[in-house]
Design a protein around this ligand. Structure first.
Ligand code: IMP
Length: 228
């Protein structure tokens, strides 16, 4: 595993919701972040069929363009009754004919597909959010961190918080959807109690434990010693 020697990281995303979440997760570690969108970098085409491939395409493009390590997130929403769809195509399911993204429309589409598949009862409506973080260097070297949260796909959507498909996802063990939770609740990222609930926080926890804690002079992460 390569050490992170830079205090500046490019967040390789053009998605405002992801940027907000990644910036708030990484903020306490004292890193300076800039996003690919802020730098006016082009958005590369995501041609992969796995989260890891798309995460690499985004992180490597930003690292190459800036000469700095870049962190990307490729994520998706998976329904078991749909054999894991929309999966890596989660963002595409929200894209309308004019190219705009509409998540009310996307959730309706998922619901229609679930109904067509006969997934009516809660036990047939299981699914998950997956997040793969990729940290890539300008020379092409990369590290990956995967986080998953299992849950139930509910309809109609509930809550106004978060972004994307949050209002349709009730994580296991919770009575509220991600859309009904504050950002702190969604990520489970309260200082000193880092259980990491969301897929992104779980991936980020791995990243923080292996990469940020190894950085000389990093701030206390609040993780209990030896936490798995
Ligand atoms: P991509 O990783 O940019 O290809 O897109 C992933 C898609 O999954 C995004 O458009 C989001 O709508 C959705 N998604 C990923 N993470 C979350 C989340 O934490 N909440 C809600 N939707 C998410």
């Amino acid at each position: 595993m390569r050490r992170l020697e830079s205090k500046k990281i490019i967040v390789a995303t053009h998605n405002a919701g992801k940027l907000r979440e990644i910036a708030s997760l990484i903020g306490p570690y004292g890193f300076e972040t800039q996003s690919a969108a802020e730098l006016g970098l082009p958005e590369p085409e995501e041609t992969g069929t796995r989260y890891e491939e798309n995460a690499y395409i985004k992180a490597y493009a930003a690292a190459q363009a800036t000469g700095l390590p870049a962190l990307s997130d490729d994520s998706g929403f998976e329904a078991d009754a749909l054999d894991g769809a929309p999966g890596v195509y989660t963002a595409d399911w929200a894209t309308r004919a004019d190219g705009s993204r509409d998540f009310t429309y996307a959730m309706e589409k998922v619901e229609k597909a679930l109904q067509d598949a006969g997934a009516i009862s809660a036990d047939k409506r299981t699914g998950r959010f997956v997040s793969v973080l990729c940290l890539a260097w300008p020379d092409g070297y990369a590290e990956y961190f995967r986080g998953v949260i299992e849950g139930t796909l509910v309809y109609p959507p509930r809550g106004q918080d978060g972004f994307g498909y949050d209002p349709m996802f009730q994580p296991e063990g919770e009575s509220r959807t991600f859309g009904e939770m504050t950002a702190e609740e969604k990520h489970g990222w309260k200082r000193g109690d880092k259980t990491a609930l969301s897929h992104r926080a779980r991936a980020f926890k791995l990243f923080a434990e292996t990469m940020l804690e190894a950085f000389p002079g990093t701030v206390d992460t609040g993780f209990p010693a030896g936490n798995a």
